[in-house]
Design a protein around this ligand. Structure first.
Ligand SMILES: C[S@@+](CC[C@H](N)C(=O)[O-])C[C@H]1O[C@@H](n2cnc3c(N)ncnc32)[C@H](O)[C@@H]1O
Length: 264
């Protein structure tokens, strides 16, 4: 087992532990139980995708047009509020890719975080990987926040077999959750996959870094999603609350997708 980040008082030990886990992941250093879990998660993910009915989701058309106009799954021709999506393509598009789900599982499993906060549940794919890691340890709790009511009917089945005492799904805006509902000082891992704008992201992450304990970790998804996100990431890496930061792509070759921050 790896060192739990909060166990060590020494920053150098924490950084070493983080880097070791990343390297182990890249060299496919999985145990048999990891492999069984990952196979099960893959099957579950695929079965979930296949079971999705065609659905209609209300989204801001202007934003979608701006972000996805080159994608063929974007089928709206008008600026009305409701668009019919090809559900499988849509869910694949907004959920973390397979390799990054595997990484989330591996990272949490090895470093044994006990209080996890996810911002942006989406259809629950990343949540499922985090929950499976928590299932393998005696203690641990995940809180996941999602502003949209539309996704809950779909992801309910994904979480059925997980112990309900180990997670809470908060439906509402993260801005409210972070300022009014949650005591953020207790989280030792935050996975941020909701906001993709520098203007909102930077102050929010700075505030989380300020209140979280030494040795806590934040993973930001999509740090190269847009120029704005690249700039947000660059700014955050200069935060005075940091002991260390690194960028992660699953094979070390692709453009990094996750930004990982360690609180000093
Ligand atoms: C990229 S998706 C999340 C995908 C999910 N983490 C996964 O990989 O399976 C981003 C989600 O964040 C949600 N979101 C965006 N802004 C939010 C906010 N202010 N508060 C809560 N959720 C938000 C969106 O509704 C969307 O479902």
């Amino acid at each position: 087992m790896e060192l739990i980040l909060n166990d060590s008082k020494k920053t150098s030990d924490r950084i070493f532990a983080l880097e070791k886990v990343i390297n182990k992941f890249r060299s496919n250093n999985f145990s048999n139980s990891d492999l069984l879990d990952l196979e099960m998660l893959y099957n579950k993910r695929e079965a979930f995708m296949e079971s999705l009915p065609s659905f209609t989701i209300k989204r801001k058309i202007d934003t979608l047009k701006k972000n996805h106009k080159k994608n063929k799954f974007y089928s709206a021709k008008t600026s009305s509020d409701k668009i019919e999506f090809n559900s499988v393509e849509y869910v694949r598009k907004i959920s973390i890719p397979l390799e990054y789900g595997k990484f989330l599982y591996f990272f949490c499993r090895r470093l044994r975080f006990s209080r996890i906060l996810e911002l942006g549940t989406g259809f629950g794919i990343s949540t499922m990987y985090l929950l499976q890691a928590l299932k393998r340890q005696p203690i641990g709790f995940l809180t996941s926040v999602e502003k949209s009511f539309d996704y809950a009917p779909y992801y309910k089945n994904l979480f059925q077999e997980f112990n309900q005492k180990k997670y809470a799904l908060v439906i509402g805006r993260k801005e409210t959750a972070l300022t009014e509902l949650l005591d953020c000082s207790s989280f030792d891992l935050v996975f941020q996959d909701a906001d993709h704008s520098k203007e909102k992201l930077v102050p929010e992450i700075e505030e989380l870094l300020r209140v979280m304990r030494s040795g806590s970790v934040l993973i930001l998804d999509d740090i190269n999603w847009s120029r704005d996100m690249q700039s947000a990431w660059k700014l955050l890496t200069k935060s005075s609350y940091l002991a260390y930061h690194t960028e992660f792509s699953f094979d070390g070759k692709q453009r990094p997708r996750f930004g990982i921050l360690l609180k000093r």
